[in-house]
Design a protein. Structure first.
Length: 234
């Protein structure tokens, strides 16, 4: 059944919001922007629906193994009792002194959402450093809910993140249906598909930091990135 949507401009015209001392020019421009925001919302939903309709991905036939905080685990173990597994591969390889600030920002935003996420799917954070380093870094951030795992031999990383075993991030979703594990979707928006003047980014951004900054006049900027620490905590 196809739903006929009301034109975004017509919906925006129904908006009765106004704020103290705003000009007519501001309200006209704001309602025009609102129409675009409605279209963006619809586009996001169309993309999500197309993602859900993907044909079955490749079957996982290798026995990938990781080292967790409580010992060795397999890819199948990471599902727990769920049918879907999200793995975020973060940049903290053995040659990196500290974890990537950008990855850390993203993971920090997820820390408090783990109980909500795990109502529907399983979530695992994977990096190439030994598990001891991953646990120490996790404790240093005060994280207690994110589950970290070491891809010690790099087999998973080379197959699903970087064939060259580069220290780069990756976001991968797997499904388990009738005992068969398949690759469902991975983020593929990298530097090769970036628009001019932009850092590589997915759509929508997985880190709410950027979504929040995009609502401000300063925006996300072109040369600002989150850090692991700030002077005086500010």
């Amino acid at each position: 059944m196809t739903t006929t949507l009301i034109p975004a401009t017509e919906l925006a015209a129904r908006n009765h919001a106004s704020f103290p001392n705003e000009s007519d020019d501001y309200r006209q421009a704001r309602n025009a922007l609102l129409a675009e925001e409605i279209e963006l919302r619809r586009h996001i939903e169309r993309v999500a629906e197309l993602r859900r309709q993907l044909p079955p991905g490749g079957e996982v036939t290798k026995d990938y193994r990781f080292e967790g905080e409580n010992g060795p685990v397999t890819l199948a173990d990471l599902f727990g009792g769920k049918d879907t597994l999200i793995i975020y591969s973060y940049m903290f390889g053995p040659k990196r002194e500290k974890p990537c600030p950008m990855c850390t920002s993203l993971m920090g935003a997820w820390e408090r959402k783990v109980p909500d996420i795990e109502q529907r799917v399983a979530l695992a954070l994977v990096a190439r450093s030994p598990i001891e380093r991953l646990v120490a870094a996790k404790k240093d951030r005060g994280w207690t809910q994110l589950k970290v795992y070491s891809d010690g031999d790099g087999a998973f990383t080379r197959d699903y993140v970087s064939a060259e075993d580069a220290d780069v991030p990756g976001y991968t979703v797997f499904t388990r249906r009738d005992g068969t594990i398949r690759h469902f979707w991975s983020g593929e928006m990298n530097g090769q598909v970036a628009d001019p003047g932009q850092d590589p980014r997915g759509a929508p951004d997985l880190d709410p930091l950027w979504t929040l900054l995009d609502t401000t006049p300063e925006g996300r900027g072109k040369d600002w990135y989150p850090k692991l620490e700030y002077p005086n905590g500010g």
